[in-house]
Design a protein around this ligand. Structure first.
Ligand code: ADP
Ligand code: ZN
Ligand code: ZN
Length: 742
């Protein structure tokens, strides 16, 4: 028997299996996923590696096969099932196997165990009694005290023995040597989840909730596993539905992973789950200490918990019988990893679920185009929650045309309507959120008179400013000169769209000097907990107005907020990538959802130069269906995901000349691959950031209808890169269906 081993060195050239002999001493113990030490290379340096499988035969020269030295003492074994998942990730997202293995094993080293020491009596009661009499007779007080206590209770905490009974270590040692007591250690796991068990609110499910649960259960209860998409407006009770589904899976002896988009939202979710599952819930995220994280992993492995809550990486929790993975707010960008392997949690969850006979439940008020597209094609089962569980109504949304404001002589960033509503709320002592959606913003050129935006004629995305004064497309590399006047209406009011939170704060303070204003952006949240402090101050009504970027829209409920102003919807609408419309719709819908969470009805004002754009019209109407229909038509027309698939090949190099050459050869090779499949090549172009730390970057896009075509193309490109030494000076990364322009 030979062990197949992946060496723990990230290098494309070493990204293959190495075979080693198994010494007799390890024949019984060695298993897939274990970390071992092996002699490697010419110098036979001891190197770490992971066992990924076994073979009976070897194609190498048998006399040259080396032997495994041993199992690493501090290492952690990867579950066999997760080794298989890592292989799937490597195949589908690129990168090396060792990178994939490290992704599924978020904690690399054993951590010191926290232990509780105990003292145990080893004598029978009559023997003990005899000994006690002896000690009393000899006036050995301390020994007598300990023995008397142990005769009452044969196992005592060491803490108690030393503190309460005042017994020193040497006394215990003396009794230990005589075989009267033993000192034992019991491992205890750190538990980051605490709370008072408050009684869970009794809930009578609405008809829609019941329907969703029943549909799921008819499958799950009879062993049919699959993927479900819950499309439910905010406040429709999705979380209650997740809890019920998980409860039933747990009743069947299975465990569940509950993914949330970011750590900031953990606390609220954990408390709701805690009320239902108590100590059998845990969390896993990067703010826990290494020891805490290690213990959560061990608790999961040993079956001490049923539910793990956390961001993306919690997906790799080593449960013995994972039965359900829930992904809340599945449309969020944070589910895509920005490190190699650039996996998406949604697809990876589905792959893991298939390997383990589990189900996946996705949920969102604004499902991603991907998820809804798959649901419509029948790959996922769609479950809808159309109404709010309580009595609140959705906010009333107004759209303001900023071109009209300009025509009427108002050059301020506050439209008259928004100004009036602000004044009115301040008067009534209600709170206001002003929101600037900068996400994805990349300096586009637009006309303030007619709303015209300069776009790429080939890709239908906005062109971005470049340092050289040109406007360029980040997909195909198309460039044009900056336009001095609007080609649509001849106005000179064409320029870069620039507005920042600080500037808004100044304007608001000038217009409403008596208002108390808080600002939340990268500048004001730099210090530790800066984020939480601002939100807490606003929640305590220490301010009337909160100004911020997309950071302020997520998750938090402020019952006294009755007005939300979206200052320039265009900023995200004209980001330079094909997801701009989708992101805008999601942000606007979420932002509008912040208004009127309490008893008072809410209003939202969307300011824009493009009031007729479908993303804005449909967000104002809070009409997901209409948005989806328009957006999918655009994706179909332009061949963007989810209708087609896109593979970004990101090439970086310190030498600009080499980079150009490398891209040229890659494109040429891709053209050769194209002869055997249907695939489109776009670029190479300069990405959003074309140079980082003196390293130049370029990106080449491959587009194909089938993901599989791209997967194969990636494998071929990887091989081509490996055998051509010229690429040694370059870094090449793959990104399937990237979330934004890299
Ligand atoms: P979502 O996750 O869709 O935003 P939640 O599950 O957080 O919705 O529900 C919003 C609020 O309504 C929560 O306070 C929740 O406890 C409550 N709720 C949900 N379903 C019901 C129900 N059937 N009856 C009473 N309250 C409910
Ligand atoms: Zn114009
Ligand atoms: Zn283009």
């Amino acid at each position: 028997m030979f062990a197949n081993i992946i060496i723990d060195i990230t290098h494309e050239k070493l990204d293959k299996i190495f075979q080693y002999r198994i010494p007799p001493s390890l024949e019984e113990t060695l298993s897939v996923g274990m970390e071992v030490l092996v002699p490697f290379g010419r110098g036979n340096r001891l190197t770490k590696g992971y066992v990924v499988g076994f073979s009976e035969t070897s194609s190498y020269d048998l006399s040259k096969i080396k032997e495994i030295q041993g199992i690493s003492r501090k290492g952690i074994a990867i579950e066999g099932k997760l080794v298989a998942l890592a292989a799937w990730m490597k195949e589908n997202y690129g990168g090396t196997m060792i990178q994939a293995l490290k992704t599924v094993l978020p904690i690399k080293q054993q951590q010191n165990a926290k232990v509780k020491k105990k003292v145990r009596l080893l004598l029978s009661e009559s023997e003990g009694q005899k000994k006690l009499d002896f000690y009393l007779e000899k006036n050995q007080r301390a020994r007598a005290r300990l023995l008397a206590a142990l005769l009452d209770d044969p196992i005592l905490d060491y803490e108690l023995v030393s503190r309460k009974l005042n017994i020193t270590r040497s006394v215990i040692r003396a009794l230990e040597e005589q075989g009267i007591v033993s000192l034992e250690e019991e491992r205890i796991f750190r538990n980051p989840v605490h709370g008072e068990i408050r009684k869970r609110k009794e809930i009578v499910f609405t008809g829609e909730q019941r329907n969703a649960i029943d549909t799921f259960w008819r499958d799950y209860g009879t062993g049919r596993y699959g993927t479900y998409l819950i499309h439910g407006v905010t406040g429709s009770g999705k979380t209650e539905v997740y809890i019920e589904m998980i409860r039933r899976a747990v009743e069947q002896g299975r465990q569940a992973v509950m993914l949330i988009p970011e750590i900031a939202l953990t606390f609220q979710t954990v408390m709701r789950f805690y009320r239902c599952f108590g100590e059998r819930v845990s969390i896993m995220h990067s703010r826990l200490s290494a020891g805490e994280r290690y213990d959560q992993m061990m608790r999961a492995k040993e079956g001490q918990i049923d539910v793990m809550i956390g961001p993306r990486s919690a997906l790799f929790t080593p449960f013995p019988s994972l039965g359900l993975i829930v992904i809340d707010e599945e449309h969020e960008n944070t589910y895509k990893s920005e490190q190699v392997p650039r996996y998406h949690a949604r697809e990876t969850a589905i792959a893991r679920a298939e390997m383990e006979q589990a189900s996946v439940v996705l949920g969102s008020a604004t499902p991603s185009l991907e998820a809804m597209y798959r649901a419509r094609k029948g790959e996922y089962r769609l479950l809808e929650l159309k109404s709010r569980s309580g009595q609140q109504e959705m906010a009333q949304v107004y759209t303001v045309d900023l071109r009209e404001e300009l025509k009427n002589g108002n050059r301020s960033i506050l439209s008259r309507l928004l100004w009036e509503k602000l004044a009115e709320r301040l008067d009534k002592k209600e709170q206001i959120m002003l929101f600037l959606n900068r996400r994805g913003y990349a300096g586009f050129l637009s006309c303030r008179e007619c709303g015209y935006v300069v776009k790429c004629p080939h890709c239908d995305v906005s062109l971005s400013f470049h340092k050289n004064g040109k406007m360029i497309c980040h997909y195909c590399g198309y460039e044009e000169e900056r336009k001095p006047i609007c080609p649509e209406c001849g106005s000179r009011h064409i320029g870069e769209f620039k507005v920042g939170t600080q500037q808004i704060e100044e304007i608001v303070k000038r217009e409403f000097p008596e208002a108390r204003v808080l600002r939340m952006d990268l500048d004001t949240t730099r210090e530790k907990d800066g984020h939480e402090k601002i939100l807490a101050a606003f929640a305590n009504e220490e301010a009337d107005i909160l100004i911020g970027t997309q950071m302020i829209v997520k998750g938090h409920d402020f019952p006294n907020v009755t007005l939300v102003g979206i200052l320039a919807a265009d900023m995200s609408l004209y980001a330079n990538d094909y997801r701009a419309g989708e992101r805008t719709f999601q942000l606007l819908t979420q932002a509008a959802g912040r208004a009127g969470r309490g008893k008072k009805k809410g209003e939202a004002v969307i300011q824009t130069y493009s009031p007729e754009h479908y993303a804005i019209v449909t967000a104002a109407a809070q009409d997901y269906e209409a948005f989806y229909q328009e957006e999918i038509r655009y994706r179909e027309l332009m061949g963007y995901p989810p209708v087609q698939n896109l593979l970004a090949v990101l090439v970086s190099c310190e030498d600009e000349k080499y980079l150009e050459k490398g891209c040229h050869f890659l494109k040429e090779y891709a053209q050769r691959i194209r002869r055997y499949c249907t695939m489109e090549l776009i670029g190479p172009a300069s990405p959003g950031i074309s140079k980082i730390n003196d390293v130049y970057r370029k990106v080449l896009y491959l587009k194909a209808e089938r993901y599989d075509t791209l997967r194969k193309a990636k494998n071929q490109l990887e091989q081509y890169i490996e055998i051509n030494r010229g690429f040694d000076v370059m870094r090449i990364q793959f990104d399937f269906n990237p979330m934004q322009v890299i």
